[in-house]
Design a protein around this ligand. Sequence first.
Ligand code: GLP
Length: 240
Amino acid sequence: MRIIRVKNYEELSRAAANIISAQVILKPDCVLGLATGSSPVGTYQQLIKWYQKGDLDFSHVTSVNLDEYVGLNPDHDQSYHYFMHHNLFDSINIHPEKINLPDGCAKDMAAECRRYDTLLRTLGVDLQLLGLGNNGHIGFNEPDEEFSKGTHVVTLTESTLEANKRFFESIDDVPKTAISMGTYDIMQAKRVLMVASGKAKAEAVKAAFFGPITPHMPASILQFHKDFTLVADEDALSLL
Ligand code: GLP
C-alpha cells in the first residue's frame, strides 16, 4: 500500500490524473475501471484538460464502471451513466462502444450481473479508480458480514442513502438498491487507485487502512492488494 499525501482537493485531482495519464500513455489500449461520486470529478476535469491540450488520447481505451443505481434510466441526471458522460466521456475521444456500465434497468438483474462479471473477466482491468464511502464502501459494496464476490444487487445502507441524498430532491428519491462490481472483482484489477478528500472521509481512511481487514469496513481488503495507491488530502488523513 502506497499513500500519497497532498494538501487539498486540487492537488489530489492532479496527482490522480497523473497516475491515470501514465497508465494511458504506457498502454494506450488499457482497461480503466472508473468511479462516480464527487471525489473523482476533479481528476476527470484534469484528464479532460490534458486531452484538450493534445497530451492524452483515449481512442483505444476501454472503460468499465463500478456501479449503477437500480431503476434509474441512463438519461436520468443522477444515474451513473449520465454522470460519466457529463463529467468525462462527452469531453474526451473514448469510443462509445468501448464504454461499459452495469445496466440498472435490466429486466433480468441476475443475468445482467452475470453479463458484467463475464465482461470484467474477459477484459481484465489495468487500473481501477475508486472513491471511498463515508462508511468504508467501495463501489456499492456496503459493510456486511462477508466480502462480496462478483457483480451483485445491493441494498443500500441508511448511511449511504443519507450521504447520497444531497444529489436528489429528498432521501425518498434516492434509489434503495444498486448493481455493483463485487469486492473480488475490484481486487482482480492490476492496480487500484483511490482518491479520498475531506474530513468526512477521515474516520473511514483510518479504519480501512490502519485497522483490521474486515467486511464491516469493505475498503480494508485493499490492504491486501499488491498494487494499491491511496491519494488523500490532509483533511482525509487528519486522524492519523
Ligand atoms: C457512491 C459511489 C461510490 C463513491 C461514494 C463516495 O456511493 N457508489 O463509488 O466512492 O459514493 O462518493 P463521494 O466521492 O461523493 O464522497
